[in-house]
Write a protein that binds this ligand. Structure first.
Ligand code: ACO
Length: 308
């Protein structure tokens, strides 16, 4: 049976660092409160979605050793396109010199996992050989920087992978879900700012990640003790650890980039993946569990074998 595996990965963060102390100058908050309640120490802010996505994708293509013309499709998961029209993926496609189809996918912070599952299906059943999958967001542009309930969390950045056809499928199980009845707890009108019922998002996020991760592991035929690295959406360290506890994964197996990146939505999972692959934490043969949740609400999990 035809399958797919990741052969290249990359990430991109803006240069500008905004510390908790910087935020405390502009609103009634403190470094101690933000660290304690979210696990975030600083975040990266700036750039455009197309610019950061292109940077992450270039690195992924280089690592995979892929010429731009060999890519069959580009999927950009983002909730912050640079324009309503055209899709930001078209801009990225041109910047990279690709000669393939390109589309944006919006599943908020679950977007990268949704895109990975879509790409896998198009390789497995659609005959494509090589798909560039990017998750990238610039949430700073839809954040109200006077609102301490949201501004402490959100940031910019992204990551990318090249998914290629192989005989031995590395994507072992997945789960996708959504519940539009919860749309109001985290939303942003066109031209507006993100608003959030933080406590409700927190409560539902833990539940969604746990059940989605368990569904994906069941499909893959593995259990929590088989997972080498859990890469959850990076929204709040308390959500990440609480979900890990309930799934049964020790905290030292949870990839955390949140502390210095903040929450860049669809960017967090590929950023965590690229970071842990580059620093040698993730080794060939390791079993990874990626799990996202976000506005919608949406959730998505993927169990994959790291066999680059
Ligand atoms: N600085 C200082 N004090 C604050 C701040 C702040 N930034 N924010 C709230 N407080 C105060 C509150 O006023 C309250 O004070 P009170 O007890 O006197 O009334 C107290 O701190 C506790 O406030 P809570 O809202 O209960 O704080 P909580 O522990 O719930 O943390 C937070 C808030 C961090 C937003 C948390 O609810 C959370 O992380 N929720 C999930 C958010 C999330 O994951 N969002 C993204 C998901 S999807 C996506 O990424 C797009």
């Amino acid at each position: 049976m035809r399958g797919a595996h990741i052969t290249g990965w990359g990430s991109a963060l803006p240069d500008k660092i905004v510390t908790n102390d910087d935020l405390a100058l502009a609103m009634d908050t403190s470094d101690a409160w933000i660290r304690d309640r979210t696990g975030i120490q600083e975040r990266r802010v700036g750039g455009t979605t197309a610019g950061l996505a292109t940077e992450a994708a270039r690195e992924a293509l280089e690592r995979a050793g892929c010429a731009p013309e060999s890519i069959d499709l580009l999927i950009l998961a983002t909730t912050t396109p640079d324009q309503h029209v055209p899709a930001t993926s078209a801009v990225v496609q041109h910047k990279l010199g690709l000669r393939c189809g390109a589309f944006d996918l919006n599943a908020a912070c679950s977007g990268f996992a949704y895109a990975l599952v879509t790409a896998h299906a198009l390789i497995q059943g659609g005959g494509l050989d090589r798909i560039l999958v990017i998750g990238c967001d610039t949430l700073s542009r839809i954040t109200d920087w006077t609102d301490r309930g949201t501004a402490i969390l959100f940031a910019d950045g992204g990551g990318a992978v090249v998914l290629e056809a192989t005989e031995h499928d590395a994507i072992l199980g997945w789960d996708l879900g959504a519940d539009g009845a919860a749309a109001k707890i985290l939303e942003c009108d066109i031209g507006g700012y993100l608003t959030m019922d933080g406590k409700e998002v927190f409560r539902r996020a833990v539940r969604a990640v746990v059940s989605s991760a368990e569904n994906a592991m069941k499909v893959a035929g593995v259990t929590a003790s088989d997972i080498d690295w859990f890469i959850p959406h990076q929204a709040n360290i308390r959500i990440m650890h609480s979900a890990a506890d309930k799934v049964g994964i020790p905290h030292d197996r949870v990839v955390n980039v949140l502390s210095y990146t903040g929450n860049n939505s669809a960017g967090t999972i590929p950023l965590g993946l690229a970071t842990a692959a580059n620093d040698g934490r993730i080794k060939p043969g390791d079993l990874l569990l990626l799990s996202g949740f976000g506005a919608g609400m949406t959730w998505a999990s993927v169990v994959l074998r790291w066999q680059p």
